[in-house]
Design a protein around this ligand. Structure first.
Ligand code: SF4
Ligand code: SF4
Length: 98
């Protein structure tokens, strides 16, 4: 896998790629089945600062149409994104089918 940010140092938020920084490699198995809580972003509080995007250990937060979204197929529910969001725009909610 080639880490995008190691070879392409962004100088502007617009240069940060929309999708995760890693090429598809070994972590391609969906892991949503063992998650019992999921992060939910409140678009009214989110300023798209991309802090959660930069800190998600699995690279499953991405930008789409000027918003920040989460790929729930691969989010493991660790809650790091909630802790890193200074605006309180992310809440962890219980999975309904757990
Ligand atoms: S850290 Fe919070 S405010 Fe920043 S993009 Fe993520 S959800 Fe939005
Ligand atoms: S809960 Fe963990 S894996 Fe899921 S989006 Fe947040 S930081 Fe990434």
């Amino acid at each position: 896998m080639k880490p995008f940010l190691r070879e392409n140092i962004p100088t502007d938020l617009e240069e940060i790629p929309d999708a995760p920084a890693y090429e598809a490699g070994y972590l391609v198995t969906k892991n949503a089945g063992w998650r019992n809580v999921r992060p939910v972003i409140d678009p009214l509080k989110c300023t798209v600062c991309l802090n959660c995007y930069l800190h998600c250990p699995d690279g499953v937060i991405f930008r789409k149409d000027g918003r920040v979204e989460i790929d729930y197929d691969f989010c493991k529910g660790c809650g790091i994104c909630k802790k890193i969001c200074r605006l309180g725009a992310i809440e962890m909610e219980a999975e309904k089918n757990g």
